[in-house]
Design a protein around this ligand. Structure first.
Ligand code: FE2
Ligand code: FE2
Length: 245
């Protein structure tokens, strides 16, 4: 069994607000010594500058468990690599396979540089297909990226979701060991299905998107930041608990 936390969309800028909210989340997670990992599903920096990544790195360094990071549309690959991964980045997609407690996390880069919407590029899909086929299918796997590949029925979000998702669905077909898909970007804790498996959207740290029935097209800045606690059982079923601070 693996329990890991999931936070998203910190949007660290050089102001106090975003950093304070992210600090509250990280401070809460730092009190959980038995966490297996913390996954951060993108938009970690707001403008993708080196200075913002320094703030984010110092903040995430308070966690004593492995921290898995992937880029969102507000991140900048060339700064994300040196800032958060300790390595240079050429500007190509940042795709990573990280194994934690016997579970493979396939972290995909869904960013189209300069755009809010997302897409898994051909080279990312090739990477994912190869990574899935070369790993031991007896181990559970989780696929994560920034942009949800499904409609969430919030129109302004649905316009900037991940498109081309039929290619991902086809790729996942022969891999039932992929227990779930995990993403961010939407700034709202949400759950749906994709390609016959669970798709979990993490709550936003910096703000919360309201559903049309609440107030169409608005980001609520007052809702407290939240996190998800994912528990992957020995039966490879993912259970998610959502928390708001
Ligand atoms: Fe975001
Ligand atoms: Fe985003």
């Amino acid at each position: 069994m693996l329990t890991f936390a999931h936070i998203s969309d910190l949007h660290i800028d050089l102001g106090d607000r975003a950093t304070a909210r992210a600090g509250r989340l990280v401070g809460r997670l730092a009190l959980m010594p038995d966490l297996g990992a913390v996954l951060v599903t993108g938009d970690i920096a707001d403008h993708g500058t080196a200075e913002e990544y320094t703030v984010a790195r110092d903040l995430l360094a308070r966690l004593e468990v492995p921290v898995l990071v992937l880029p969102g549309n507000h991140d900048v690959r060339e700064q994300f690599g040196p800032g958060l991964l300790g390595r240079e980045s050429s500007g190509a997609e940042i795709n990573q396979l990280v194994t934690i407690g016997g579970t493979d996390f396939l972290l995909c880069d869904s960013v189209i540089p300069g755009q809010s919407a997302g897409l898994l590029s051909e080279s990312t899909l090739t990477w994912l297909k190869t990574a899935l086929s070369e790993r031991d299918p007896a181990r559970p796997a989780l696929v994560a990226f920034h942009h949800p590949p499904a409609m969430l029925h919030v129109p302004f979000l649905d316009r900037i979701r991940q498109t081309g998702e039929e290619r991902l669905a086809e790729l996942l077909g022969p891999h039932p060991e992929v227990a779930a898909l995990i993403c961010g970007h939407a700034h709202t804790a949400a759950v749906t299905t994709f390609a016959g498996r669970l798709l979990v959207v993490g709550p936003g740290c910096v703000s919360t998107t309201l559903a049309p029935v609440e107030a169409a097209g608005l980001l609520d800045l007052e809702v407290n930041p939240g996190y998800a606690l994912h528990i992957l059982g020995d039966d490879a079923r993912l259970v998610t608990h959502f928390r708001t601070l």
